[in-house]
Ligand binder design. Sequence first.
Ligand code: UN1
Length: 498
Amino acid sequence: MRRCGADLDAAAATGTEGADTVLARTPLTGGTFARLPAATAERTDAAVDEAHRTFHHWRTVPAPRRGALVKRLGELLTAHKEDLADLVTIEAGKIRSEALGEVQEMIDICDFAVGLSRQLYGRTIAGERPGHRLAETWHPLGVVGVISAFNFPVAVWSWNTAIALVCGDTVVWKPSELTPLTALACDALLARAAADAGAPPGVHRLLLGARACGERLIDDPRVALVSATGSVRMGRQVAPRVAARFGRCLLELGGNNAAVVTPSADLDLAVRGIVFSAAGTAGQRCTTLRRLIVHEDIADRLTERMVHAYGQLPLGDPFDAATLVGPLITTAAHTAMAEALATAQRDGGKLLTGGDRCFATEAPDAAYVRPAIVRMPEQTEIVRTETFAPVLYVLTYRTLEEAIALHNDVPQGLSSSIFTQDQREAERFLAADGSDCGIANVNIGTSGAEIGGAFGGEKETGGGRESGSDAWRAYMRRATNTVNYSAGLPLAQGVNFL
Ligand code: UN1
């Protein structure tokens, strides 16, 4: 077993976190190494104020010129890909390849947004009156408040920011308190891109801070859209507050993603897809595979192979090229995982592998934990709950109807997949009465979506869509235009008046 990187421990600062301080820390050791001033209420208001003032100019800049800013950002992200990936590993604990992948996701969304900056299409509509033209136009919306989580500390920001900027919006970003350095780096790169592209610096403001700062941001009536990624608990608080002032929300909350594995599945491919989705990123993606719904005839064979594959997963220092599983974000995440495993076992679940903590002596403040697989007799409450850690629950089914019912019988609705070589089964899973998730895949796992599709999910996942496809529409306001170029004034619906 390799040692985890403990060298940062030496640089770890002591001291406690207060409302006026954000600590830079690393899950590699659990140590802190810098203290940063948190945004005060005044700074939060000033940031929104500047973004709001800048919006009034930015919305008049032609969209392709706004695209030039995002193009420059993409170039800078490409130039600094390695450095940013280092920060992602240091602050979020991602293995090298996934950290690089996260930065690539940012570069990809910049490309997408640049193309989009020439394609913010409205449409003309067949009107019912002669001499009239009916059309719709998309206009910039306003200030977008972006609240992001630790697990994708930069990619989710970039999905929102790249799209918002080409849409003519300005952005105020409150990142997770756990990842302030990646946020500072992104903010600095965007500031440089703005200077290079001749865009005003106020298109983007960063707020490092804790809950109070986020609350002030979401309550500010000048923030037209709050795009928040995080837990269902957070979403439950944000949504009604924003709704109370008739603001818009885009929510990307918890997932409890499942894969159905049918008897016809290619098991070699399924095992690889399942292991990446369930144990990759140490189980800390919104899209992480948390439930495996396997046909009873292949359940023993598949779980045996899964347990074997889990036994081969190198756990340790995410900077080591051979490591596939890095640390959990905090020791509290390990506590939550241990509690979930205990509950599952009380419910009759059988722990097949994992759950044990490693390197506890070398790095007592870090949480290196072996990904776990638990075979469950049924879908109990703990299985229906998202635990943000690498726990995979295995359930069995007899008929596809039963599998789909089990699949959908959870409060969350983000991502899903089916492993099958039977086209009928695949199509059934993708149909209107199949998976109820925002993402439904065939023969790949639940995680690792490309940026080109709309990303998000239903039910307690919050209903928002970010990233590709036409998700940009959430960042704009739609105006319906009726233009009368005739000398008459016929009224719609045949109404006569005057
Ligand atoms: C998240 O976990 O919040 O599909 C985002 C994926 C990544 C994005 C995950 N592209 O797993």
